[in-house]
Design a protein around this ligand. Sequence first.
Ligand code: PMP
Length: 412
Amino acid sequence: MGRPADGDPVLRARLDALADDGLLRRLRTLEGPVGPRATVDGRELLLLCGNDYLGLAGHREVREGAAAAALAHGGGAGSSRLISGTLTIHEQLEHELAAFEGTDAALLFGAGYLANVGVVGALGERGGVVASDALNHASIIDGVRLSGAERLVYRHGDWEHLDHELAARRGPSRPPALVITDGVFSMDGDVAPLAELVEVCRRHGARLVVDEAHGTGCLGPGGRGAVAAAGLEGEVDAIVGTLGKALGASGAYVAAHRDVRDWLVNRARTVIFSTAPAPAAAGAALAALAVLRREPERVDRLRANAALIRDELRAAGVGLAVPGIRADRVDPAVPIVPVVVGAAEATMAASEQLLADGIYLQGIRPPTVAAGTCRLRLTVSSEHDPAQLRDAAHRIGRAIATVGGPTGEVVA
Ligand code: PMP
């Protein structure tokens, strides 16, 4: 190879091959704060693919909370938590998060990705088993790979399969297995069979961790997540919640018993070997929690918008069936509505057409989803105007029809 400054011909050839297959990914820049609408290349668009479910990222109080925390505590924490990076604002936020979740304790992480990798590494023991749903988020998959534990991938949402596989691995000298699942699956929008998973885990003496990245702020009383919605508070060993989605900030947390928190402080490598979250992120999250507590109607509006966009898409002839996803596991309150198109090129063509039509709705391709199931993963916010969502559903219907995507198949 030539000089680094001349580029990398090997990588360039691979990038060209990705482009030929319709799989090249590019970054698109938003100008100004995130919200139900976003400005791209000077054009204001309806944003239908963000995770700012409650419109808190651009909320004045959340922005002010971030600014005040930076002024009071600094631009960065300056160290990992165990060296000198534990600040009063971290402890304050952990206290508020534990109160929000109704758990004994909480521990912050720099991101949901880091929380999952850290939790799986700390609770998934060498010589033990980590069981993971086949459609879990990539951060869980990576965490399982790093943990050194035996990897058991059970069929999506199939607790009977999990039960069977755990039974086959029982042994007197084995440490407790760890079962981990997304509460709401990020690309499919269905909900895990949490009550059944609790039962299975109890039967096998296994720990259960639920990733509430898309449940927190969206489902359950007060937005406390899929576990709370299922009436299972206090029944799971740990909840992983993100601060960068419905809470409009950045970072993540684990809510659990103090014993679990203390173990994570001692064993979660993504806490031990990483600088503590920035004060501004913690300040933003604290302000977001205060807004959510004061305005629980945001969660009701989100549910109403999620149900509305499903109804309007159906009315526009858009099929909402997702291969491999059971209709009875789709909660219409979930703000993630995947519209599966199939081929990558057709999906991206629909996305481009919508962009020209004033809607930012990113196409999702492999490796994020399986080949042949490329999709427009539509998300709504509590702050979307219902009239705009109605209009958007018609535009989406038109775009899907233009590229020849599936229409009329309805699951939820
Ligand atoms: N878990 C799930 C289910 C997610 O969808 C995501 C984000 N895409 C994460 C974890 C990672 O969270 P973060 O973006 O805070 O790293």
